[in-house]
Design a protein around this ligand. Sequence first.
Ligand code: AMP
Length: 128
Amino acid sequence: MSVFTKIITGEIPSYKVAENDDFIAFLDINPNAKGHTLVVPKKEVDKVFDLSKEEYNALMSFSYEVAKAIEKAVPCLRVGMSVIGLEVPHVHVHLIPLNEMADIQFSKKVKLSNEEFNSLAASIAKNF
Ligand code: AMP
């Protein structure tokens, strides 16, 4: 069972920003930038292109809605999107508020307090 399935079943906590029957979105715990969010299908599939075309399109559509909420809640030049999956073998879309090129490189990380995570999650959720 992946760490993201454990979040979906409630076994471990997350800073949730949005959810429907098929997808969940929560803040990345080791963010590149403030508001870095992961969008995850509840069905545990390893690689993004192993999703059916319908599941892939539904994931992108849900990610679009989450990105719109991030744009409203988090000051940034734009929201970037990336799919990697080398660390967690459960499909997830990274949505990252960008102010500079380094924000989309997975080497620069920001440290946030529990209060900052909670307040970011609440303001993105409010705009979803
Ligand atoms: P990757 O699989 O390379 O796309 O990276 C996995 C991402 O998941 C990383 O950015 C991690 O910081 C993030 N991550 C891992 N565990 C958790 C967790 N429990 N809650 C939120 N994000 C996580």
